[in-house]
Design a protein. Structure first.
Length: 441
């Protein structure tokens, strides 16, 4: 057997595998001999079937199978030995006039080679790292939200802004009779919302369904009409008010502080705000880090230029899935996946160039940290190491969890590397400002 590689260019190569009769004949004859022992052919005793008949009936199929085994084993061994960095899998070159009776069988395989390139963090420019702060407005809103969450529900006679209203939507023609609980700010149509203000229990308000909600599908939930009826539905419905309630905000007492943060941990509204600020900014730091990671990634994608073996990859995509794709479908799929492939190559280069390896100890430490944070959310502030490590062992016995956690650990290593390598000034922003910078909203 002889295997050679011919580089077409920096991104494409052809591997040629030559298999002689001496390579496969002993294997084929051994298999056929075993077939002869067990073959059950009418007119012949088991084990007494003529060799010529066995070869005629099974010879070609056995030849194909044994040659294929030789190809796979030796091709894989060759590629590993050559240490080739491939994209996709080797593609056999189809030959319509292939001669299986030749003394030497020759097979060609196309290879797509990974491009050679370098990462230059100096090309990443004009980026900021954000420090998100919880401003006074946010802290006040959070305190108000806590007061409402722990407040007391009280009944009212007249609807005011922010009240909860229970009642029933009706329309005799459409057969609508749907109990519902709404709020004064529920409707997209502000005129509809205004009709509710000042109404009392027992009053009926007539509303038109066209443009009532920001999404017509909400009519399914509130009016209990079918999906086919909601699009563009333009009818009047009556809403009869049955109950009006509002939430009386909880007093900011020591009892509430103890319920929220533990006995004696917080003793004033100022300390409540400090605690909220601390917890919020920890969460904001994760969001800011993720944006920085994404921004550097996008910058590197734009500034790291390299070619791909595009034509090879399009051919490979045609056969890579369960269903063969047409050339046009493969072209479209390549266009969709090219950016992701480029990022994978860039990430792989960063990992290998900076030796960003994940050890089992890294994984255990990270998982333990995640578990401690989760336990703290449920009030278990000081779990023992034994308890935590027991949970870590169970989590890491699940391969899906290991994959997910490994990705998170690698993202953390990449982030730390970016912070070290990329020059980006820190900018202090409120959460609202951060959202605008992130999403333009």
């Amino acid at each position: 057997m002889n295997i050679t590689r011919n580089n077409i260019d920096n991104l494409n190569a052809v591997v040629t595998v030559e298999i002689s009769k001496e390579d496969y004949t002993p294997k084929v004859e051994k298999v056929l001999a075993n077939y002869r022992k067990t073959a059950n052919i009418p007119g012949f005793r088991k084990g007494a079937v003529p060799v010529s008949l066995i070869k005629k009936q099974y010879g070609k199929a056995v030849l194909l199978e044994e040659v294929n085994k030789l190809l796979q084993e030796n091709l894989n061994e060759f590629l590993q030995k050559e240490k080739l960095d491939l994209l996709g899998n080797p593609l056999p070159v189809i030959k319509d006039d292939f001669n299986w009776d030749a003394d030497t069988l020759t097979f060609d395989f196309e290879l797509g080679l990974s491009p050679d390139f370098e990462i230059d963090f100096g090309t990443v420019k004009n980026l900021n790292r954000y420090k998100i702060v919880a401003d006074d407005q946010m802290l006040t809103e959070q305190v108000d939200r806590i007061r409402k969450q722990y407040g007391k529900m009280v009944s009212k006679d007249t609807v005011e802004e922010g009240d909860d209203i229970s009642g029933t939507f009706t329309n005799e023609e459409k057969g609508i009779n749907a109990p519902a609980k709404i709020t004064t700010d529920l409707f997209a149509n502000k005129e509809a919302s205004a009709k509710l203000i000042g109404k009392k229990v027992g009053d009926t308000v007539t509303l038109n369904t066209k443009g009532l909600f920001d999404d017509d599908h909400k009519l399914m939930d509130y009016l209990k009409v079918g999906h086919d009826d909601v699009h563009g539905l333009d009818i009047d419905v009556d809403f009869t008010i049955e109950e009006i309630t509002s939430t009386e905000p909880a007093e900011l007492t020591q009892e509430l502080f103890d319920k929220l943060f533990g006995e004696g941990a917080v003793t004033s509204v100022e300390q409540v705000k400090e605690k909220i600020k601390e917890d919020a900014e920890k969460q904001f730091a994760s969001q800011a880090d993720q944006k920085f990671l994404n921004d550097v990634t996008e910058s590197l994608l734009g500034s790291t230029n390299f070619d791909l073996p595009a034509e090879f990859l399009k051919k490979w995509i045609q056969t890579a899935g369960e269903t063969r794709l047409s050339p046009e479908e493969a072209e479209a799929e390549y266009a969709r996946s090219e950016k992701g492939l480029r990022y994978q190559l860039i990430e792989g280069k960063i990992v290998s160039s900076n030796n960003l390896q994940i050890t089992f100890e890294d994984l255990k430490a990270y998982t333990g940290e995640v578990i401690r944070k989760q336990m703290a959310q449920f009030g278990q502030m000081n779990p023992t190491d034994e308890d935590v490590q027991g949970i870590v062992a169970r989590v890491l016995s699940n391969q899906e969890e290991v994959k997910k956690l490994s990705d998170q650990v690698m993202s953390e290593k990449m982030l730390n590397l970016y912070k070290e390598k990329v020059q980006a000034p820190e900018q202090e922003v409120t959460y609202g400002e951060f959202i605008k910078k992130s999403y333009g909203e």
